[in-house]
Design a binder for this molecule. Structure first.
Ligand SMILES: [Fe+2]
Ligand SMILES: [Fe+2]
Length: 409
């Protein structure tokens, strides 16, 4: 097959990107297209607005929502350590085994997936001029033909750049016609005008309340932002899209609440973002990890991911901060004598923007000015649910409710 590859930050994806994909697919040069949202782009390491999983899942939903045929989204950069240089990504992607498995996972028939493939790197004509300054451009050209999009009327410089690449590096360059609007992600987020963002992506952004004040990470240190992006990337190995985005949403909301209630925003961001990291591990592993943090305190299947999470990040990420570990450990149940951080993560978990299990508007409203009241309202909703299901509350939850004056001694 002739396979196009299109990489970018897609922060957010916009109609210019979609036009590029559709025009490439119609160009006659390629049979299918692989879209790769960047993870550690050498030009803007940790400078993206959103960590990689949001951009990956937004792209998946967009392509599905727009029903773009023969177009697949790849998470290949999540599995590459360090900067995701194009040459490094292509070495992995174009290997026989990797591409065969990838295509088959995307429902391409085995016979087609095992064919000899030819690869094309899709790029804008503006980036063609800088291609020779990329990391190992000669190596990139061993794997791909460059396929550059040309807008009607802007052919001159493109021809010059293409000739220079062919002459200096000996690679192949092809041009295709791009029909569509010109837009820029940074302009969209700067202006707040999302009209050039395709509907499925707009819906995604709204559902997770992205590109808002809370996701700008104001007041967060560079180190914590970097750690947040790295943790988000790490969790992609262990969590499906829905839960991963939920846990990251809790990070953003926790950091916001920390700002309101005089708590450390860096710690709140990390504790919130990582709170559900262990939830999709095999149950036996969760149980064993939970034991190592809290002994026999938690044994119920739905609860153990919390204290297992504390062990998990301690051992895998080397996070030793007891306040962070405890906030994760007690996010499901609460407990007596909770710290402000513990209350914040407990609350944020139940009311982050994508939660829809009940009308959360009153609790969300309370969360903005009275932390204890919002926690009480949340605990009351949990208690009602438990009663309706005939389940008993965990003793640590009862202790929290006593503390908050919901139960008298
Ligand atoms: Fe949880
Ligand atoms: Fe959660």
């Amino acid at each position: 097959m002739r396979i196009g590859i299109y990489g970018g930050s897609f922060d957010p994806v916009h109609n210019g990107h979609i036009a590029m994909m559709r025009s490439a697919l119609k160009s006659g040069f390629i049979d299918c297209l692989i879209v790769i949202p960047s993870v550690r782009n050498s030009f803007k390491l940790y400078a993206n607005k959103l960590p990689p999983p949001y951009r990956l899942c937004m792209m998946k939903e967009t392509i599905e929502g727009l029903a773009i045929k023969n177009c697949y989204v790849s998470d290949i950069e999540f599995g590459i350590d360090g900067v995701s240089y194009t040459a490094v990504v292509l070495a992995k992607l174009t290997s026989d085994e990797y591409i065969r498995e990838f295509l088959m996972a995307n429902d391409v028939k085995r016979k087609k997936a095992e064919e000899h493939h030819e690869f094309f790197w899709i790029m804008g004509s503006d980036t063609l001029g800088t291609f020779e300054t990329w990391y190992k451009p000669g190596e990139i050209l061993k794997y791909v033909t460059l396929l550059a999009a040309v807008r009607p009327g802007d052919d001159t410089d493109v021809d010059k750049a293409a000739d220079s690449i062919k002459k200096n590096l000996g690679g192949k360059v092809e041009l295709f016609r791009l029909n569509g609007v010109e837009c820029s992600s940074s302009e969209i987020t700067r202006s707040g005008d999302f009209s050039q963002v395709p509907e499925p992506a707009r819906e995604f952004i709204k559902r997770h309340a992205l590109y808002t004040e809370n996701t700008m990470l104001n007041g967060i240190s560079d180190e914590a932002k970097k750690q947040f992006f790295e943790c988000a990337t790490w969790m992609h190995k262990y969590l499906g899209c829905k839960r991963l985005l939920h846990t990251l949403n809790v990070g953003y909301l926790s950091a916001h609440l920390a700002g309101l209630y005089g708590c450390d925003k860096d710690k709140a961001l990390l504790a919130g973002a990582l709170h559900d990291c262990a939830k999709e591990l095999p149950i036996e592993q969760q149980l064993e990890m939970a034991k190592r943090y809290t002994g026999d305190l938690f044994t119920e299947k739905k609860i153990i991911h919390s204290s297992a999470g504390a062990t998990f990040i301690k051992e895998e990420l080397g996070i030793e901060d007891k306040e962070i570990l405890d906030a994760i450990c007690y996010h499901t149940t609460g407990r007596g004598n909770m710290s402000v951080l513990e209350k914040i993560v407990y609350l944020a978990d139940k009311i982050e923007p994508s939660r829809t299990y009940m009308d959360l508007a009153p609790i969300r409203e309370a969360a903005e000015h009275d932390l204890d009241e919002a926690v009480r309202m949340t605990a009351a909703a949990v208690r009602d649910k438990f009663i309706s299901q005939g389940r008993a509350l965990h003793p640590v939850t009862t202790a929290m409710m006593k503390d908050l004056g919901m139960i008298s001694d």
